[in-house]
Design a binder for this molecule. Structure first.
Ligand SMILES: CC(=O)SCCNC(=O)CCNC(=O)[C@H](O)C(C)(C)COP(=O)(O)OP(=O)(O)OC[C@H]1O[C@@H](n2cnc3c(N)ncnc32)[C@H](O)[C@@H]1OP(=O)(O)O
Length: 113
């Protein structure tokens, strides 16, 4: 068995989700200049498969600010192996909460989006 794929070469959805969590968590943390944790993932949709060898890119944008939380919409696109073809494969909304050193929620700075 390959590490992150099934025997047919399809990358597991959990691996893709982990990359999206990493990308959007890093993006959210930079945006609010704070430690953040993932509290929820919504509307996770796998539109097309990802195959071994595809180049994977995650694109993030903030769609909502709360008091201590923010929602990041993530689109994942691939360039197919040995091909010019570029396709959107997955999207989801990741909600993060900014926390302090005590692990409790902290306000995020007000932003207009
Ligand atoms: C690095 C990582 O990503 S770690 C990966 C896994 N994530 C974790 O381990 C986080 C575990 N969860 C926790 O530690 C806690 O639930 C916390 C700190 C995130 C939130 O603590 P709570 O006591 O629930 O805080 P509280 O009720 O005040 O809610 C804080 C914010 O989270 C939001 N929130 C809480 N639960 C949810 C949910 N299920 N979906 C969406 N938003 C939520 C609230 O609406 C609130 O947002 P707002 O202040 O913008 O209005």
């Amino acid at each position: 068995m390959p590490g992150d794929a099934n025997p047919d070469g399809d990358i597991f959805g959990g691996w893709i989700m982990a990359q999206m969590d990493l990308a959007s968590g890093s993006f959210a943390s930079q945006e609010v200049r704070r430690r953040v944790v993932t509290v929820a993932v919504d509307a996770m949709t796998f539109h097309k498969p990802v195959y071994i060898g595809d180049d994977v890119s995650c694109f993030c944008k903030i769609v909502r600010y709360g008091n201590t939380s923010l929602v990041v919409h993530v689109e994942t696109w691939v360039q197919r192996h040995h091909s010019e073809s570029i396709e959107k494969v997955t999207e989801a909304n990741f909600t993060f909460v900014a926390i302090g050193s005590d692990g409790r929620p902290q306000p995020v700075r007000a932003q207009s989006i």
